[in-house]
Design a binder for this molecule. Sequence first.
Ligand SMILES: [Zn+2]
Length: 152
Amino acid sequence: MLSKVACPACGTANRIAAGRPPQSAKCGRCGAPLGLGRPVEADDNSLFKHLAATDGPVLLDVWAAWCGPCRMMAPEFEAAAKALQGQARFLKLDADTNQAASRLGVRGIPTLILFNRGEEIARRSGLAPQAEIVSWLRREAGVPSTAQGATR
Ligand SMILES: [Zn+2]
């Protein structure tokens, strides 16, 4: 579960109130949407702030505009972010404009890197459909599939 995230606008760490819809969560400091339930653009400056401030799984999509499979995966990644809203932070990093991609040792794109409490716990390369992204994240990060309105 996600219990703390960084505001995409000002970087302030925000606690996530339980029992409120994650998609409408706003920053307590600047009022900007916290961007839960959708991918948030990260860059060299914000990526490590997100990783340091987030309490819960963070999934990073390393991509570039010229990469066909990256563009094909974008809607899948978006759908996965929606499916796992409130359970994981979804970030995107443009490999062309940010050094962080090479610092993370990314060789091919698209690459998905999964972090928990700031540490990398898994990564995978190549195009993946929504269902595969969701089940892979749940398995690797130990996110139960019964959260978010399930009955069991
Ligand atoms: Zn803010």
